[in-house]
Design a protein around this ligand. Structure first.
Ligand code: HEM
Length: 358
């Protein structure tokens, strides 16, 4: 069994549906705090706001005890430099990472701060052996079903950092693109606001109310189709012929979920934003593998259920309070990142149904 598969088997149970439902309160509370912090007419840097929201949610789901506050502060300081550095280093030759450039020094300092903070939390949890209903407790108690082996402290640390990075940027970009698409499609946005208001009519949105967010669900499907990963990498573990092309063992292969999601054979008018292409029954003939925002196979995203719950809770909470409109002196562009990152997404807040200032 490869290390990847072994790690996957140990971590996967922590993302079981029952645990994700337990994180819904964290997701709702952080989304509510963001909605409460906005004032009518405020200019919001949406990419930064969604990044902070996603990072706060994942970090609290990881470490729920009071110790989490110290770790979260370290994460807040180090994550931007660490995440940016990790992507650039993955794309550059290894020697680049050893050059004494300011950029590398920032990355190394961020990596040290992040690792030290998380290692401290792992040691403290290991010493008290309690169950704090968070990811760190679950990883400490995870045992391999065949061998009974647990993860080492270093493996748990690396796994938490992996989850932190993978669970923040892409979720934040998907939420940011959703707010942009809704601004571009006011009629769809109106219906989403109505859905969000209905889901929050009796108080904060609950997990059971998420099933009623049909249109928001379709909007998220369409955002995940249109704004998917540009390219991901795989290495051939054996030589193989794929689609008539011979791929030797050890070859690095790039694949693009973005290109797959824009294939006209599967999606009519693929550049059009059309959440109704996800109405029940409409995609019955879509071949397996034609819609894979979370990838597929052994390396598929472990956090898909987490992400979907988080994004629906965040949207229901924010849209029940606010309309976000692009401010006219900024034009949205796209920057290269795993999932293209919207640039200049500066939006202004307008109370939805006059609810925000009540
Ligand atoms: C809209 C939100 C998200 C999208 C579209 C997404 C997408 C993906 C994709 C495409 C991969 C596979 C990468 C590859 O094949 O190399 C992946 C991996 C992963 N994702 Fe997600 N993800 C999202 C949210 C999350 C969240 C919320 C978490 C955790 C809380 C998470 C945790 C992970 C982890 C741990 C991996 C494995 C990374 C690795 O193998 O090193 N993701 N994700």
């Amino acid at each position: 069994m490869t290390d990847l598969i072994r790690q996957r088997r140990l971590v996967q149970p922590s993302f079981h549906r029952s645990h994700i439902d337990g994180y819904a309160e964290i997701m709702q509370r952080h989304a509510q705090a963001l909605a409460d912090s906005w004032q009518p007419g405020q200019r919001v840097d949406v990419v930064a706001a969604m990044g902070d929201l996603a990072a706060s949610i994942v970090s609290e789901a990881m470490i729920r005890t009071p110790l989490g506050a110290t770790v979260r502060a370290a994460i807040g300081r180090s994550l931007p430099d660490f995440a940016q550095g990790a992507v650039i280093r993955a794309l550059m030759p290894a020697a680049f990472g050893r050059l004494p450039l300011p950029f590398n020094r920032r990355f190394d300092a961020a990596a040290r701060e992040l690792r030290t903070a998380i290692e401290g939390a792992v040691r403290t949890y290991r010493a008290d052996d309690g169950d704090h209903a968070d990811l760190l407790s679950m990883l400490l108690h995870a045992r391999d079903a065949d061998t009974g082996e647990a993860m080492t402290d270093a493996e748990i640390r690396d796994e938490l950092i992996n989850i932190l990075i993978a669970g923040t940027e892409v979720t934040a970009m998907t939420l940011a693109w959703t707010l942009h698409e809704l601004d571009q499609h006011p009629a769809i946005a109106e219906r989403c606001h109505a859905e969000a208001l209905a889901a929050t009519a009796d108080g904060p949105v609950t997990v059971s109310a998420l099933a009623g967010l049909d249109l928001i669900d379709r909007v998220l499907h369409e955002v995940c189709r249109r704004h998917a990963a540009l390219f991901l990498m795989r290495r051939a573990t054996t030589s193989i012929t794929l689609g008539g092309v011979h791929i030797p063992q050890g070859a690095e292969i790039d694949y693009s979920i973005h290109a797959l999601h824009h294939d006209q054979r599967h999606y009519a008018d693929p550049d059009r934003f059309d959440p109704d292409r996800w109405l029940p029954g409409k995609q019955d003939n879509l071949p397996k593998g034609a819609f894979i925002p979370f990838s597929a196979g052994n390396a598929k995203c472990i956090g898909d259920g987490f992400a979907w719950t988080e994004m629906k809770i965040a949207l229901a909470t924010l849209l029940s309070r606010w309309h976000l409109r692009q401010v006219s002196d900024h034009t949205v562009g796209e920057a290269l990142a795993t999932i293209p990152r919207p640039t200049d997404l500066i939006m202004s807040t307008e109370p939805a149904n006059g609810t925000a200032d009540t």
